[in-house]
Ligand binder design. Structure first.
Ligand SMILES: Nc1ncnc2c1ncn2[C@@H]1O[C@H](COP(=O)(O)OP(=O)(O)OP(=O)(O)O)[C@@H](O)[C@H]1O
Length: 246
């Protein structure tokens, strides 16, 4: 089953062509990362798939229907937790916006807290959370919407490397349990290879897919995977392609 189809996608802003003809498919339950030079249009691509922006030409389907708000859940680059709302109220926000009564939305959001390492922090304010917990809360807010497709825009970009590795392994665990379809933007080649079934490399603007790598490494991947020769070879291949872009 194909979860996302992107065909001949073009998007310009004023006179600046940003996406210059993007084509790819994502299968249901697949984990695909998107890497590419800064400013190549990765967030623009996600905004289009999320239905928050409209392409100049080309098409996108999510779950077989044209992209539209509410079909895929987007976790933006900044966690955007509201400081005055409790953590559980922040996580319930998307459901409330969709019209779910507040008590029901809170109850639904709270069910995710144990698996997301947030049990006991339901009534805390975001400022009381560590960086990793904030990102897990932002991810919980995305997941609770119950969409089949998640768009994660650099979910771990702001974290220190130790927390980041913990979060990557944790994300793999919850993903293996729930098997959402995930598209993830990252600048971190190691993160892309560790988590993904497939990695797409964008060219500089106007972006096209210039390279694609399948990651056939067994799961669950662990810290040992990072030094596996097959892992290192894939990482090297992607670094070479990215540098050839420059
Ligand atoms: N709404 C907009 N109006 C005008 N220009 C825009 C708009 N959105 C994005 N752009 C431009 O499109 C280009 C691509 O931006 P985008 O944020 O998609 O890149 P990116 O690959 O996600 O970058 P980064 O890796 O640095 O986050 C940039 O030059 C940006 O200025």
């Amino acid at each position: 089953m194909t979860a996302v189809t992107v065909s001949a996608l073009h998007r310009s802003f004023a006179d600046r062509p940003v996406l210059g003809g993007i084509d790819f498919d994502v299968a249901g339950g697949e984990f695909v990362s998107v890497i590419g030079p800064s400013g190549s249009g990765k967030s623009t691509l996600f905004g289009l798939i999320a239905g928050l922006d409209v392409p100049d030409s080309g098409s996108i389907t999510v779950g077989g229907a044209p992209a539209a708000p509410g079909r895929a859940a987007l976790m933006p680059q900044k966690d955007l937790l509201f400081p005055w709302r409790s953590v559980v109220d922040n996580c319930a926000l998307g459901l409330e916006v969709q019209g779910m009564p507040r008590a029901d939305a809170r109850a639904r959001a709270a069910t995710l807290f144990p698996a997301f390492g947030l049990a006991g922090f339901e009534d805390a304010r975001p400022a009381e959370l560590s960086g990793g917990m904030r990102q897990r809360a932002a991810l919980a807010r995305t997941v609770v919407q119950g969409r089949d497709v998640l768009l994660l825009d650099e979910p771990f970009g702001a974290l220190d490397s130790l927390t980041r590795t913990d979060m990557q392994l944790w994300l793999q665990d919850v993903w293996m349990r729930d098997r959402w379809t995930v598209l993830m933007i990252t600048h971190d080649v190691r993160e892309a290879v560790l988590l993904s079934d497939r990695v797409l490399v964008l060219s500089p603007r106007p972006a096209r897919i210039r390279h694609e790598v399948r990651v056939p490494l067994p799961r669950p991947r662990t810290l040992e995977t990072l030094t596996d020769p097959d892992f290192v070879a894939l990482e090297r291949e992607l670094v070479d392609v990215l540098h050839a872009n420059a």
